[in-house]
Design a protein around this ligand. Sequence first.
Ligand code: PMP
Length: 307
Amino acid sequence: MSDKPNDLTYFEGKIVPTSEAKLSLQTHALQYGTSVFGGIRGYYNEEQKNLFVFRIRDHFQRLINSTKIMQLQTLRTPDELVDITLDLLKQCNYRQNVYIRPLVYTSALQLSPRFHDVPTQVGIYVIPLNDYLDTTNGLSTCVSSWRRIDDTTIPTMSKVSGGYVNSALAKSEAVQNGFDEAIFLDSRGLVSEGSAENIFLVRGGKIITPSLESSILEGITRRTIFALANHLGISYEERSISRSELYIADEIFFSGTGVQVAWVKSVDRRVIGDGKVGSVSKKLQDLYFNVVKGNEKSFMDWLTPIY
Ligand code: PMP
């Protein structure tokens, strides 16, 4: 087989050249943000000559849960979506790290924001992607002046496109003020998460992360971190975290499919720990990268090989 990748997209029930996957300006989802999406990574292992997709079934289960929360018509089961994606990836023939973006969107050319009584479509595209934020040098962050949307405003456990206006506001504010990333407080003023990643603090050797009641997305990488922490004998706790606790943490790191595991160097210009990568963050990050690349025998169940 040729080593050349093919730029293909799953669109309106078929795998087509990406250039043919086009939508009308009148599409309901484009006007109202009434779509839900996922983000999945595939890691190419050069030695094993294989592309490994990380926790694909869990990602599609969450996508279906997102549609359920929003009352979007669900056309496929998680297993059917997994099969479509594996077929798409085989045909794309990538020999590099990729990012997979599935989307369930209201596809009608109609007015009136609503979730009921509007047809949907599933689309899936794939792009080559390496690091999205720096995972080696430490990120400079700020607490956003924008609060995280509350679960009672827009359900935060659904990856609904409209909700990402909140992330875009925080991210732009942070970057325009010279920071790499923003940290949201929830409507109560407690730490919630980053613009597109969950947050962990390390205090006294233990990892601490906000609980679901802090209007976070329940990250699949967050869940992965819990399992990796167990494996390494590191204890973890889900609880409320106040803003000031950020400043006195020994270490802070973000987790997410896009960000992977990236450590935080500063928050609001206060240096975290000694400003270098902490030992707990480093251990978890190293193990994470070994696991996703298919170099850890005990975690191969999370990976789906493409070739
Ligand atoms: N929070 C938000 C708001 C996100 O967009 C993401 C990325 N999906 C995450 C957390 C991390 O989730 P996951 O680990 O499942 O990628």
